[in-house]
Design a protein around this ligand. Structure first.
Ligand code: COA
Length: 334
């Protein structure tokens, strides 16, 4: 095993221009702007126009991330796409993006760990780079969630938006990059959040009275309780592995599912509000794209300085959760 450190070399994102605001949702279901803001912290979501394939968001995010890394598409060895709403089961989103950006030297596959997908993909990509098998890995978290959202169900339709976030990973000097990571799955809790695909059970049909069977259904309060505990425990664990405490870190970049989940975890960890990166008021829950989009915004706004320590932490369907302890060091390509 090569003794090298793996870090983020470049970031990019794409948010479709059309917005769905809380006031728009008031006209669609029995809800109110006041309820949505108080219970979730969300104000608007970006929605991809009908008729446009979702992977096109990932193409734009990928191009920006590769350019930001100072590379060309021909330099990319592997593309991993995380998604809960693929345009096709085959070809994979990764192959569609590989084709459109001209990454002719890259292998490509999709990966599904729901909202934890980005964290899982970073840990997977790290192994390919650390063993020397690949040099540059592009991760695209491509989430066209409006395509699997039932806009007749007020329990879910207020939450989700569309977006893609991308990063390029490669070798960085030893003081930067991924220091520790931890991944968990809890398949026994998977029934609390489902998106049927090629098999629809009677139970899944009953839970979707509008007849939109390929849509998200969740037990909101079960997922909420799991989320606060999972984010708190994964963050604590990954920092413990690194010999750090929550007070040592400069920023936490959590999955953006609900501001009350984020604040609940931050409070338990005794992390100050100004160290928490929250974007969900403008994006809603964009599943696995939450973290890479937040990282791209933090990076471009100059909120991340080389040497800053951060935790990226997510939870989601499966159920899954995971966390990464990381030292920011962009433009430090080895
Ligand atoms: N507008 C108005 N009222 C709504 C509503 C809406 N959009 N959605 C639900 N309600 C109602 C419920 O019907 C319920 O009414 P009742 O008491 O008469 O039955 C009431 O509000 C409270 O519902 P509850 O589910 O307890 O609300 P909550 O505070 O738990 O918030 C979620 C609901 C979905 C926002 C919250 O549970 C959540 O964020 N869960 C985690 C979901 C998540 O993160 N999923 C993605 C995983 S990656």
């Amino acid at each position: 095993m090569h003794d090298l450190s793996v870090g983020i070399l470049g970031t990019g994102m794409f948010l479709p221009p059309d917005l769905l605001t809380n006031h728009d949702l008031e006209k669609m279901v029995d809800t109110s702007d006041e309820w949505i803001v108080r219970r979730t912290g969300m104000k608007q979501r970006h929605i991809l126009k009908e008729g446009i394939p979702s992977y096109t968001m990932g193409v734009e995010a990928a191009k920006l991330a590769i350019e930001d890394a100072g590379l060309t598409p021909m330099d990319i060895d592997l593309i991993i796409v995380t998604t809960e709403a693929p345009d096709f089961l085959s070809p994979s989103m990764a192959c569609l993006i590989q084709r459109d950006i001209g990454a002719k030297n890259a292998a490509a596959f999709d990966m599904n760990a729901a909202c934890t997908g980005f964290v899982y993909a970073v840990v997977a990509a790290k192994q390919f780079i650390k063993t020397g098998y690949y040099r540059y890995v592009l991760i695209v978290s491509n989430e066209g969630l409006s395509r699997i959202t039932d806009y007749k169900n007020r329990n879910t339709c207020i939450l989700f938006g569309d977006a893609a976030g991308a990063v390029v990973l490669g070798e960085v000097p030893g003081e930067y990059g991924i220091k520790e990571s931890i991944l968990y799955s809890y398949g026994d809790l998977g029934h609390n959040l489902t998106i049927p695909c090629c098999y629809i059970s009677e139970e899944d049909k009953e839970r979707r009275p509008s007849g939109m069977y390929r849509s998200v259904w969740q037990d909101g309060s079960e997922v909420f309780t799991f989320a606060v505990r999972a984010m708190t425990d994964s963050t604590k664990k990954v920092l413990e592995m690194a010999g750090k405490t929550p007070q040592d870190i400069d920023m936490i970049i959590p999955h953006q599912a609900n501001i009350r989940i984020i604040n609940g975890a931050a409070k338990r960890l005794k992390i100050d509000d100004d160290k928490v990166m929250a974007i969900l008021d403008k994006t809603g829950n964009i599943s696995s794209a939450s973290i890479p989009v937040a990282v791209d915004i933090a990076s471009r706004e100059g909120r991340l300085k080389n040497g800053d320590s951060l935790v990226m932490v997510a939870f989601g369907g499966g159920l899954t959760c995971g966390a990464i302890y990381f030292i920011w060091g962009k433009n430090q390509r080895h």
